[in-house]
Design a protein around this ligand. Structure first.
Ligand code: CUA
Length: 125
């Protein structure tokens, strides 16, 4: 049985890369094939970091863990909401489709500072 040569495969992969992935990967600054991951921690009554800068149109995955108790993670303007629990990693995928500043906040009552538990996603061009 005749199999495609290594050179043919390399050329085909190259064409696919030029057509599809390379520009995207270059702007996302991530390893080949993976989306950028940003880790956040939540605890009474703050997120770390509490400001995240994203690029419009570039998908990211937020990995959020709690250091103490149940919290929430809600970004109303981006249609995102998730529970954040100790011992678990909550993954939230975001593809920001417009620039601006979008507040995220805790929406699970977690104590006297709950109302102030918030941060901002900044989406730039
Ligand atoms: Cu954390 Cu409410």
């Amino acid at each position: 049985m005749k199999r495609p040569s290594v050179a043919t495969i390399v050329i085909l992969l190259g064409l696919l890369g030029v057509a599809g992935g390379w520009r995207h990967l270059a702007t996302a600054k991530s390893p080949a094939g993976a989306e950028q991951v940003i880790r956040l921690t939540a605890k009474k009554f703050e997120y770390t970091p509490n400001e995240i800068t994203l690029k419009k149109g570039v998908p990211v995955v937020l990995e959020i863990t709690s250091l103490d108790r149940d919290h929430g993670f809600k970004v109303p303007e981006l249609g995102v909401r998730a529970d954040v629990k100790p011992g678990e990693t909550t993954r939230v995928r975001i593809v920001p489709d417009r620039t601006g500043r979008f507040e995220f906040r805790c929406d699970v009552f977690c104590g006297s500072g709950h109302e102030d538990m918030a941060g901002e996603i900044v989406v730039v061009e």
